[in-house]
Design a protein around this ligand. Structure first.
Ligand code: EPZ
Length: 435
């Protein structure tokens, strides 16, 4: 088990290029189950969740060759007999549920362990199952597994995917995966509109799926076909990683450039940072070969600003922990609320250990700043809460040791190398303590 050691109080400088989006890659890898033709996914980040997904696909008869140097993954579904995703792998990564729709669509059945609980709150899959049942599948829960059968094939229909906290990202990917091979037309309403879902639809179209998208209305119209072909697809840049770096620059008063991100996929993030008084300029590639954002925070006082995380195009829930870390350095009182995962505040206790003036309230968190953060030993818990600890450690005085950084390795590629390339004093080392 490793830990990350950060000497805080250093300014960042230079540029960082984000990796391919983890949350676009995971459903894209699972889409290989929809065809017997070879698929190649490019710009695949070398993160733990990708390894878990390729391992899971291997148990489902998919030959998956990941090239870490080339950041690509070549996949071919060789054997269509396996249809069970074991609890052992699913419990390591909720996104394993992305294999459910493709398995039912092409193999006519699936048994997938129900994803367990996680740090960010209750995460049901009722909308996934509602969509598959609407398409004519028989859905039941058996001893902790969801068992789905569609012996006579799926039939197109109208499906509303809205849930109490808004649309479902992986639920949209699952139901869309099933609809593209159903007979007849399906109309999916209230679909998730995250850039990663749009990217996934582009891949399915490249595989031959017939999908008409009205994204502003949240409606996808699908004309099912009998089979799909292979495709080669490069995923979009990781907007959550981009937001994480922008938050690090804001919290440390640094000027950096964030490259490899399609500027229009992170507008809410950068509008929020601008409201704090951070300079945010689009790098459109016209005046240089760089596309992304230039963040200017050197010498700027940060104004307090509330955060309300919401479905796209709102502020992503995957960035609210990072933004809370920034707010510890802002002048005044800020409130953080998450309408997607209302309980996603596991990071509060560890930020408090670093000296933040932060407390949990029924609606989320209240933060007063600026706080003089002092380095300490802290414990990573989930992926984005751990990113918040990295940001706070960069802003803190002295040394911070972040333990259990396997949480970070799930979704951030070579984080320590990217940190040091930006001028941070950080390194990872073996943690002799077993927790
Ligand atoms: C995806 O998770 C992302 N993961 C999450 O990122 C992200 O936080 C989330 O979308 C929201 O944007 C991947 O894409 C792999 P949801 P997902 O279904 O699809 C409720 C990260 O840090 N809901 O969009 O599991 C649910 O409880 C991860 O990279 C139902 O009620 O999230 C939540 O409140 C964490 N019924 C809301 O909808 C359902 O059937 C949104 O969940 C499904 C979801």
């Amino acid at each position: 088990m490793d830990r990350l050691v950060i000497q805080g109080g250093k300014r960042l400088s230079g540029s960082v290029t984000v990796s391919g989006a983890k949350n676009a890659v995971l459903p894209a890898l699972a889409a290989s189950l929809l065809t017997d033709q070879p698929c190649e996914i490019r710009r695949v980040p070398a993160v733990r969740d990708v390894t878990t997904m390729t391992r899971l696909l291997g148990t489902l008869g998919v030959s998956a060759e990941q090239d870490l140097e080339a950041h690509s993954c070549k996949l071919t579904a060789m054997d269509t007999r396996p249809c069970e995703a074991s609890y052992h792998l699913v419990r390591q990564m909720r996104a394993s549920i992305c294999v459910l729709g493709p398995l039912v669509a092409r193999r006519g059945k699936a048994r997938v362990a129900l994803p367990g609980g996680c740090q960010i709150g209750h995460r049901p899959i009722d909308l996934h199952l509602k969509g598959l049942a609407a398409l004519g599948a028989d859905v039941r829960i058996e001893r902790g597994d969801v068992v789905v059968d569609s012996p006579s094939g799926l039939k197109g229909t109208v499906i509303d995917l809205a849930g109490p906290q808004g649309p479902t990202v992986t639920g949209t990917c699952n139901v869309l995966s099933a609809a593209v091979l159903a007979s007849g037309r399906s109309i999916l309403r209230n679909v998730a509109r995250e850039p990663e879902v749009v990217d996934f639809m582009r891949l399915l179209r490249a595989m031959g799926a017939r999908i008409d998208a009205d994204w502003p209305a949240g409606i996808l119209t699908v004309d099912g076909c009998s089979e799909l072909g292979g495709a080669s697809h490069e995923v979009i840049g990781d907007r959550i990683e981009a937001a994480t770096w922008a938050a690090a620059a804001a919290a440390t008063g640094s000027d950096i450039r964030i490259l490899g991100i399609e500027p229009n996929t992170a507008t809410a993030t950068f509008d929020w940072l601008a409201s704090l008084g951070v300079g945010v300029d689009v790098l459109d590639g016209l005046h240089s070969d760089e596309t992304g954002w230039a963040i200017t925070a050197f010498g700027r006082e940060l104004r307090a600003a509330d955060v309300v995380a919401a479905p796209y195009p709102g502020i992503p829930t995957d960035t609210q922990a990072q933004f809370a870390a920034v707010l510890t350095q802002a002048n005044g009182k800020s409130a953080v609320n998450d309408t997607v995962f209302p309980d996603r505040f596991g990071y509060i206790g560890e930020l408090y250990r670093l000296g933040a003036d932060i407390r949990r309230v029924p609606t989320g968190a209240i933060i007063n700043g600026p706080a003089n953060l002092i380095g300490a030993d802290v414990m990573a818990s989930d992926l984005r809460a751990s990113a918040a600890l990295v940001i706070a450690a960069l802003a803190a005085e002295g040394e911070t040791v972040i333990r259990r950084i396997y949480h970070l390795d799930r979704g951030y590629e070579t984080l320590d190398a990217k940190l040091t390339a930006l001028g941070a004093v950080a390194h990872r080392e073996e943690d002799e303590y077993r927790f």
